[in-house]
Design a protein around this ligand. Structure first.
Ligand code: ATP
Length: 499
């Protein structure tokens, strides 16, 4: 992981946010190559989930939302993590993170004090969350140390900490003039359900997809871009008739696993966690968490696929009592819209069930980069670092390299080849005229460029072999094989490889 983090900074994938002022914890900036990789991941997700299906629509809702949205969604009341304070130094920690970071014997003592087995950490967390007074006693008795000071802490009773960012809207900062930065993109989909149905004439089953920023004031952001305060999500809300939800849930589980596989994140590295009933979020009937085996971190959630029943539309609709809702929802006297759709069989208005595959873009980046990061020993004994990204995700698709930077003839031809390739719409093509071919290859291995095209003296008819005039060398990142291809065949060649 450390090597990957250093490569990300060195090569311009990911930087600490606000770095020149000391950095801001939980915020990261994506650099010249990071933005390309991120865009490619999002485009791949959009292509699979919107363009290649006939039952999906897209959406881009606003980030700041009316407080009533987040009130009726349940976030004001329940979108919190348990937090404990160390009275000795006023440091605050998320309870489960604090315990997880202890030595094994301390974790075992906490588990025992909570009547749980340390083997089943989620059950230990659930017990801690459910019994604040006992939890604080368990931390004390086990001698839980403060990760910052390294000393045994004096722990308060855990209390819930709401993770939403609140912001003032308009020039007057009174009690009413505030909204929230959305903590998930999902709510924008629910609040636009009627707009999308009315404008597209969609009938069940169908889904709405959205990619966008979400904000969570995490108590302890950490592990590079795994847990951040400003994140990006790729979410689908798939609406279906009650009774068909379980089948759709399985459908989406399968679809999502195969999508991850196509991005270079194999199934063998993802564990499917069927979240135990007692740990389910307030809206969920059943949830599968996809737990990817991150280097150093171990299995952590990369995507959640939840059956949200009719909770969300049921919470945001008016006339709740007439709609035969299955989920238990809070009364809503604020909404002005009835969020129903004709049942596909009876044609009677129904509040649909929702299946929600929700993946994090930042966590996807980390997984894709982790899988691609490879160290090889070459035949000559040298070590090579190479990012074996799937070509459709590579930030730079092709680097066109003139063999000598001070030979205008080579540089001009390389530039013209670059311009022609750029028109194919494959993504970023780079003119790499740094002048040192060995360094250029090394750099492009490290950033995952699948092909390097070199323009040399043979290309312009000034080499030893006249038959090589108007041909270039194509170097394959993974096999290191070099092939001589006619310039006139280059577009077709690369298109076939990169599409
Ligand atoms: P965790 O338990 O790890 O905090 P969560 O269960 O709160 O995650 P969800 O609410 O299910 O996460 O969010 C859906 C997806 O959004 C997650 O699978 C993850 O990929 C991403 N995500 C959530 N919180 C963060 C975060 N703080 N930083 C980066 N990605 C996040």
């Amino acid at each position: 992981m450390e090597e990957l983090v250093s490569l990300c900074k060195r090569r311009g994938f990911i930087f600490q946010g606000s770095e020149i002022y000391g950095g801001l914890q939980g915020f990261y900036d994506y650099g010249p190559l990071g933005v390309e990789l991120k865009n490619n991941i999002k485009a791949a997700w959009w292509r699979t989930n919107v363009y290649e299906r006939d039952d999906m629509e897209g959406l881009d809702a606003s980030i700041i939302m009316h407080r009533q949205v987040l009130r009726h969604s349940g976030h004001e009341a329940t979108f919190s993590d348990p937090m404990v304070d160390n009275k000795k130094n006023n440091k605050r920690y998320r309870l489960d993170h604090l315990v997880k970071d202890q030595k094994a014997d301390v974790i075992a003592k906490v588990a025992e004090a909570m009547g749980q087995s340390a083997e089943n950490f989620p059950a230990v967390v659930a017990a801690l969350n459910a019994n604040p007074a006992q939890a604080s006693e368990a931390l004390r008795a086990a001698g839980v140390r403060d990760p910052f000071s390294g000393e045994v802490g004096e722990w308060t009773e855990p209390k819930p900490f709401n993770m939403m960012f609140k912001t003032t809207i308009g020039p007057v900062a009174d009690d009413e003039s505030y909204g929230y930065l959305r903590p998930e993109t999902a709510q924008g989909i629910f609040t636009n359900f009627k707009n999308v149905v009315d404008s597209t004439s969609r009938r069940l089953p169908f889904g709405i997809a959205q990619i966008g920023k979400a904000f969570r004031n995490e108590i302890t952001p950490r592990n590079f871009i795994f847990r951040v305060r400003e994140l990006e999500q790729m979410e689908i809300e798939f609406f279906c008739a009650p009774g068909t939800d379980e089948e759709w849930h399985e459908h989406w589980l399968e679809k999502r696993l195969s999508w991850w596989e196509a991005q270079g994140v194999p199934r063998s590295k993802i564990e499917i966690l069927d979240v135990p009933k007692e740990d389910l979020a307030h809206y969920s009937k059943r949830t599968y968490d996809l737990m990817y085996d991150y280097p150093t971190l171990g299995h952590e959630e990369i995507e959640g696929i939840a059956n949200r029943s009719d909770y969300d539309l049921g919470s945001h609709t008016k006339n709740q009592s007439e709609l035969g809702l299955v989920a238990r929802v809070e009364e809503n006297l604020d909404s002005i819209a009835k969020l129903t759709i004709p049942h596909p069989e009876t044609n009677k208005p129904v509040v649909p069930f929702v299946i929600e595959p929700s993946a994090g873009v930042d966590r996807a980046m980390l997984a894709v980069l982790s899988e691609a990061f490879t160290k090889e020993t070459l035949e000559n004994g040298n070590e090579r670092i190479v990012l074996k990204l799937k070509p459709h995700l590579a930030p730079i698709k092709v680097a066109v390299i003139p063999l000598a930077r001070n030979k205008a003839e080579l540089v001009d031809l390389a530039r013209s080849i670059k311009n022609d390739l750029q028109k194919l719409g494959l993504g970023r093509i780079l003119l790499e005229d740094s002048g040192n071919i060995g360094k250029a290859y090394r750099r492009h291995d490290e950033v995952g460029t699948p092909y390097c095209v070199t323009v040399d003296f043979d290309t312009v008819g000034k080499g030893e072999d006249a038959s090589l005039t108007d041909t270039v060398t194509i170097r394959d990142r993974d096999t290191l094989a070099q092939e001589r291809v006619k310039i006139s065949d280059l577009s077709a060649y690369l298109q076939a490889k990169l599409r």
